[in-house]
Write a protein that binds this ligand. Structure first.
Ligand SMILES: Nc1ncnc2c1ncn2[C@@H]1O[C@H](COP(=O)(O)OP(=O)(O)OP(=O)(O)O)[C@@H](O)[C@H]1O
Ligand SMILES: [Zn+2]
Length: 690
């Protein structure tokens, strides 16, 4: 610069490491005043990082010691005050620094680009051409319940302070059509719409439906975009920029999209709002659903949470009147929900059946469906061939040397793979312990089920869809298409295929081994199992025109269990009531508020010592700290994991406690040499898995 300019101080949110204790935005010198929300690059230590000029007063006078801002993304409009408020809230609530969170949720490519390179990207955006002219879509006539729900969402769109709405609609009741109409109303009012879905694999289907509906209404390029982690960095930046500039009117995305910059946001939809994937499982462990509700409240715009099996948190809010409940009790076209058959495994003669999972009666049922030309789905929530390989001579089992877990046998590529740390070896031809050649798989995963089905039902076209079968780009779409096109008789898969897909041909769904979750120590396990089975069953009989009644077959050793009894009646309401009663009397969420402190070290003792010391740091009689316990999978990649539960009756009380506790934890780790052995620690607010 040729002229000397009086420098001013700006606050910049930048990703400083937690142990540095630099949690608040940092002060930098700038030659010009910079609007808050401006993207900049600033030096930190030896590095230069992306930062955001943050609202609020800088701390002091311009001082010589302040380092200057290195570069300003002047060509990009600043992030809005509402975006900064959202990040401030989320960082505070989930106990992270705002700089870390900003850096985690902005498109990764922004970190690599110079202002000139970004300017080039912006020019490219402007030159994007619109797609071919689309024809006006045909909209189905709304069913009465749908029309009522749409009207009530429209009322909230016009309200000064809209209430969150819970769209409680059974599987196949046409929730998506309600979202489409609500979105249409918001778009017509000139607002942007954000639609969140739990899984990346649901975005192509949803994107297709929204594009089909709105391509004529929104002919501009990039008017409908998606945001999720499977996009290339360049696509993700492009779509993010389109949203930020207001060019994108409709944004579909997974949890990270809740942080999209949307200057005209007027409606948020959270589909399958109960889904655990909305909770981020590392870094800032935020709940995108909860942040969507916060963001909508902050902006005074409506938020619609949709589910056939709402989270008990949301259900309780509907019961108490904090949320408005919209109910779709009937399936579209008057189709019935599948009849649920609880197949009692105890009633089986000891020798019958091909295997314990593929019982003879189940095979007979599948065969009958096959002969009628109907599609069936067999659901098993475990991938791989068998969860463990076993030597009958010496009792060796394929454990992982680095984790407290078995390595899963994958037959197709002849590997033993740890699903926790990724450690992979070729399957040994003999027992590595005693040399016995007779090592055998125990139990079954989807790969084995697929093989056994193909053997037991010759000629049947069996297709497996799970994380292993869909690794390569485009595979999942192709496989789903084959199912839709009727090229598959029996679909085998994990929970990946139970959610959201609008399969029209499936009339029979079997859950072959669902009991595992019944006796979990995690108090949310029943809620998750119930939702999963309702969802799975919901894939059957979506087309009312089928000749035979649709059915869900549940193989269980505990058919009298209250969960299955409620499932058999499709009675979410009753199930929710029993669960909420139990939670109330045990003071569990939503009637109390939890956080977990996790610590990882090479030894369990070191992790426990840290948690014990942490428990002694701060006393609050409104907050209860439980003793440290090992994580359900205690050792992963040679690291021992311990955790400690913190409980409070009031959310505010827990938040106040954490605000004081977290800085004390940072100091504890930094200042006490004995805790150097602790590799990582983290606070998880509102943890989902316990
Ligand atoms: N009013 C309508 N008239 C005719 N068809 C409709 C109508 N509304 C929805 N549909 C169709 O009904 C089917 C089921 O709708 P949709 O997939 O939205 O159900 P859903 O409630 O989201 O179910 P799930 O919870 O199982 O995902 C879709 O094929 C959809 O196109
Ligand atoms: Zn491992």
């Amino acid at each position: 610069m040729s002229e000397a300019v009086a420098s001013t101080v700006v606050r910049v949110a930048v990703d400083a490491p937690q142990h540095s204790g630099l949690n608040a935005p940092l002060d930098y010198a700038s030659e010009q005043a910079l609007a808050s929300g401006t993207l900049v690059r600033v030096p930190l230590g030896k590095r230069e990082l992306l930062g955001v000029v943050w609202p609020g007063e800088a701390l002091g006078e311009p001082a010589v010691a302040l380092r200057p801002v290195a570069a300003v993304f002047a060509g990009l409009r600043p992030l809005g005050a509402d975006w900064c408020r959202l990040l401030d809230f989320a960082a505070g609530y989930y106990q992270r620094s705002v700089g870390e969170l900003a850096s985690a949720v902005l498109p990764p490519q922004l970190r690599e680009l110079s202002p000139d390179q970004l300017a080039a990207r912006l020019r490219k955006l402007e030159k994007k051409k619109a797609g071919a002219a689309a024809s006006t879509p045909v909209k189905p006539e709304l069913a009465p319940e749908q029309a009522e729900a749409v009207a009530r969402i429209q009322a909230q769109l016009a309200a000064a302070a809209p209430k969150p709405q819970l769209l409680f609609g059974v599987t196949g009741s046409g929730k998506t059509e309600v979202y489409l109409r609500a979105a249409e109303a918001a778009l017509a009012a000139g607002r942007q719409v954000l639609v969140l879905v739990p899984e990346i694999n649901l975005t192509p289907q949803l994107e297709a439906r929204f594009t089909e509906r709105f391509a004529a209404l929104l002919p501009q390029p990039l008017a409908i975009v998606s945001l999720h982690s499977a996009l290339t960095p360049a696509q993700r930046l492009q779509n993010w920029l389109a949203a930020h500039l207001g060019q994108a009117r409709l944004v579909l995305g997974t949890r990270l999209a809740v942080f999209a910059s949307l200057p005209d946001l007027g409606l948020i939809v959270v589909d399958e709002e109960h889904d655990p994937s909305y909770k981020q499982q590392d870094g800032a462990r935020y709940s995108a659903r909860d942040l969507a509700v916060w963001r909508a409240h902050d902006l005074k715009v409506p938020v619609v949470l949709g589910s056939a099996t709402p989270s008990l948190e949301s259900w309780q809010h509907a019961e108490s009147g904090r949320y408005e409940r919209l109910t779709l009790a009937a399936r579209i076209g008057g189709g019935a929900l599948p009849r649920v058959k609880l197949f009692d495994m105890k009633a089986l003669p000891a020798t019958a059946g091909v295997t314990t999972a593929l019982t003879a009666p189940l095979l007979a049922e599948l065969k009958a469906r096959l002969e009628r030309g109907e599609q069936s789905l067999v659901f098993l929530n475990r991938r791989g061939y068998a969860p463990v390989l076993h030597c009958g001579e010496c009792q060796w089992k394929s454990d992982c040397p680095h984790c407290s877990a078995w390595r899963v046998f994958h037959k197709r590529d002849r590997t033993l793979r740890c699903h926790h740390c990724g450690f992979t070896e070729r399957v040994p031809s003999a027992c590595p312990n005693c040399g016995n050649h007779d090592i055998a798989p125990i139990g079954r995963g989807t790969e084995r089920l697929e093989e056994q089905l193909a053997e037991a039902l010759p000629g049947a076209r069996v297709l497996r869809i799970d994380a292993d079968s869909t690794r390569r780009k485009g595979e999942l779409e192709a496989q789903l298409q084959a199912v839709h096109d009727g090229e598959v008789d029996i679909l085998v898969g994990t929970q990946m295929i139970t959610k959201g897909h609008d399969f029209r041909r499936i009339r029979f769904v079997a859950a072959v081994n669902p009991d595992g979750a019944l006796f979990s120590s995690d108090f949310r396990a029943p809620e998750r199992l119930f939702a999963l089975l309702m969802q799975a069953g919901g894939r059957a009989g979506r087309d009312a025109a089928g000749e035979s009644p649709s059915e869900m077959w549940v193989q269980t050793w505990h058919r009298d269990h209250a969960l299955y009894q409620a499932l058999a009646r499709h009675d979410y309401v009753r199930f929710a009531k029993t669960q909420l009663d139990e939670r109330r009397s045990a003071s569990l969420p939503p009637f109390s508020h939890l956080a977990l402190l996790r610590a990882e070290a090479r030894t369990a003792e070191a992790a426990k010592a840290f948690l014990d010391a942490a428990a002694g740091l701060l006393q609050d009689d409104g907050v209860l700290i439980y003793p440290p316990v090992p994580h359900a999978v205690a050792r992963v990649a040679d690291v021992e994991r311990m955790q400690m539960l913190v409980e409070a009756g009031q959310r505010g009380r827990l938040q106040a406690f954490l605000r004081a506790w977290v800085p004390a934890l940072i100091a504890l780790k930094r200042e006490r040499p004995e805790f150097r052995a602790v590799l990582r620690w983290a606070v998880d607010v509102d943890p989902l898995a316990i």
